[in-house]
Design a protein around this ligand. Structure first.
Ligand code: NAD
Length: 404
């Protein structure tokens, strides 16, 4: 029997995941995209011209053009969800709940939901939306997307600009009944994405909620760049990672140390819970981008010399006088706060760990977003229900957070 794989989403990541999976033998690929008319557009384009994933060559290597076998794309969950063994979420975090709600009546008991990437609190949202159904399914979540990817022609071709060396994940649940043959769940997913990145799956699923780097790197970079901004529009967007300074590196390190401290405290309280994936930011960045970092002396040089970050600048909006102002509604705050830093801060509150640096970045970020999550030292602001913090789901104890 083929493994039946459902890919959720209709953007860059969904195109790559579906295309790669559909080049493998013994795999039936389906895509669910519920947004606008994407399913029709994709189906039409694929019918006319087929579907290709183009892996861009590096250092003079030629591109590799992979042709996918035909697959079904639908906007109707009842057409594509029934019978699927593995469901991959390849959409931004704000789309997860819509897909979970849409597929809930059709999920096969024992099936595996994979979030690629998850963003903090994915497992809380699964539990909240699926309720009793959640007990019969497994959840695997990853810290980041395996690829830097860009659509070339909608529904027909997508380019993979870079591939990470390793990505980190964790699995909750027991899905052996669905993967009883020669490949277990992780091996099946590895087979679908190919040899790289290596899918390093271990530890407690909360480890990925804490590890997800966008949660603290993006808001802290925004804070470090713009908290003391004089409000005057600028003529050019500042460089993002290639513009780090001693001060922004210090801010990032302080925030990250609080996340590490939180993971350590939880492991002290619950010695059987493995959150050892949450390690220092420098070794983490080195591991993921090993081949791209030219100067591995320290965290700052690792950012400044990472070729994968070339050309990336802060998100900006145009002003009337033809200049640029920082875009505070960009996903670096609008997603990485509610599906990132607020989640981590909410966990810290329940565990009883102080996070003064996270609080500083969060208070500034929420003000820029016009939202209230942290208020008087608690995750109790009026926009908490829009976040994936434990408080949004009424969780008050560490055991609830750990799904114990
Ligand atoms: P994307 O921007 O391509 O996603 C857009 C898709 O999301 C749309 O095509 C649609 O299917 C869906 N969508 C948009 N608005 C929606 C709405 N209102 N309701 C429901 N669905 C809606 O995203 P991506 O590039 O595929 O990235 C997926 C995730 O991976 C994101 O979290 C992103 O931050 C992360 N990521 C992407 C890259 C990359 O290179 N593309 C790299 C690292 C991480």
């Amino acid at each position: 029997n083929p493994v039946r794989v459902l890919i959720c989403g209709g953007g860059n990541a969904a195109h790559v995941m579906a295309g790669l999976a559909a080049t493998r033998q013994g795999v039936e690929v389906r895509v669910l995209t519920i947004f606008a008319d994407e399913a029709d557009k994709w189906t039409e384009a694929m019918k006319l011209r087929g579907f290709n994933v183009i892996i861009k060559g590096h250092r003079g290597q030629p591109d590799i053009d992979l042709q996918a076998n035909p697959f079904t794309v639908s906007k109707y969950p009842e057409e594509v969800v029934p019978g699927c063994d593995l469901v991959v979420f390849a959409v931004p975090a704000y789309g997860h709940a819509q897909y979970l709600n849409a597929m809930k009546p059709f999920l096969k008991p024992g099936s595996l939901l994979v979030a690629l990437p998850g963003s903090s609190g994915f497992e809380f949202e699964v539990n909240d939306v699926l309720k009793d159904v959640a007990k019969s399914i497994s959840v695997m979540t990853f810290d980041t997307l395996p690829w830097a990817a860009r659509l070339k022609e909608y529904g027909h071709s997508v380019e993979v600009l870079g591939i990470k060396k390793v990505i980190h994940g964790a699995l909750h649940g027991n899905c052996e009944t669905v993967f009883p043959h020669d490949r277990n769940a992780v091996e099946t997913l590895q087979y679908l994405v190919g040899e790289v990145p290596v899918l390093d799956v271990s530890g407690h699923i909360l480890g990925i909620t804490l590890l997800s780097p966008n949660a603290y790197v993006h808001p802290t970079m925004m804070y470090a760049e713009w908290a003391n901004w004089d409000g005057q529009p600028v003529s050019r967007a500042p460089l993002l990672y290639h513009g780090v300074t001693d001060s922004s590196i210090k801010e990032m390190t302080q925030v990250h140390e609080e996340v590490e401290g939180l993971a350590k405290r939880i492991m002290e309280l619950r010695p059987n819970v493995d959150l050892s994936k949450v390690k220092g930011l420098f070794p983490y960045i080195l591991e993921i981008y090993e081949d791209h970092i030219l100067d591995k002396s320290n965290l700052k040089t690792a950012f400044l010399s990472n070729t994968a970050y070339e050309g990336l600048r802060f998100p900006m909006v145009a002003t009337e006088d033809g200049k640029l102002s920082p875009d505070f509604n960009n996903r670096y705050l609008s997603e990485d706060i509610p599906y990132g830093l607020v989640v981590i801060r909410g966990i810290a509150e329940i565990v009883g760990v102080d996070t003064p640096h996270i609080d500083k970045v969060l208070l500034w970020s929420q003000e820029k977003l016009g939202k209230e999550f942290l208020i008087d030292g608690h995750i109790a602001g009026k926009h908490v229900p829009e976040s994936r913090s434990p408080q949004a789901y009424g969780m008050t104890t560490l055991d609830e957070i750990l799904w114990m």
